[in-house]
Design a protein around this ligand. Sequence first.
Ligand code: SAH
Length: 223
Amino acid sequence: MASGRVGDSYGGFRAQLVEALRQKGIEDLAVLRAVGEVPRHLFVPDAFRQRAYEDSALPIGLGQTISQPYVQALSLQALQLSGRERVLEVGTGSGYQTALLTYLADYVVSIERIPELARAARGNLDAAGIRGAQVVVGDGTLGWRPLAPYDAIVVAAAGPEVPRPLLDQLVLGGRLVAPRDREGGQVLVRIVRTATGFEETELAGVIFVPLIGRHGRPEDANA
Ligand code: SAH
């Protein structure tokens, strides 16, 4: 579990963000509490600090973004975490969602393909006093075998298909939430592994950066 919270003067803004998410339909109290605790301003570049508690995506460098809080809250809510799970996150980015996950699960491993971002995310998590998460560098479309299987997997970048290795690394009853390309945009899907296969539901239309890797888009898709 997460521990160590930095005292800061952004508490009021965080409370407003929590209220905004509640009004948009987020009901999971643990998710709302996590958003109320994690200092998002420590996960955005200095130039955007004043906008850290707006419900919007922001650039974090290297062509990547910290996702919109509402979409992250929607994804996390759909994972239905009780606090005891082992969770894999694909696409660490700033580390903000990784931080939220430490409040919702027992152990979090987050994989990022860009080493500079992974390094920055570790720094952000340290600065925020967040423990209980491991950030690794690699192609997350292959999952992360050393700690598989996972009770839940959340993907923060969109590809043409949900990567098969991720489905294979889910426990029976495990939940996965990921954006997937579709005609004219992307859709956030929730997949549950059952005794007989996988059950899928569509949650919402979304916009994510591309998932680049062996079971995602080719390397130059970001250009
Ligand atoms: N959840 C993040 C948002 C990150 S944006 C946050 O809260 O800030 C998506 C991230 O996915 C980017 O950092 C991008 O580099 C990363 N990414 C894209 N394809 C990937 C892959 N195959 N494996 C791991 N990370 C990937």
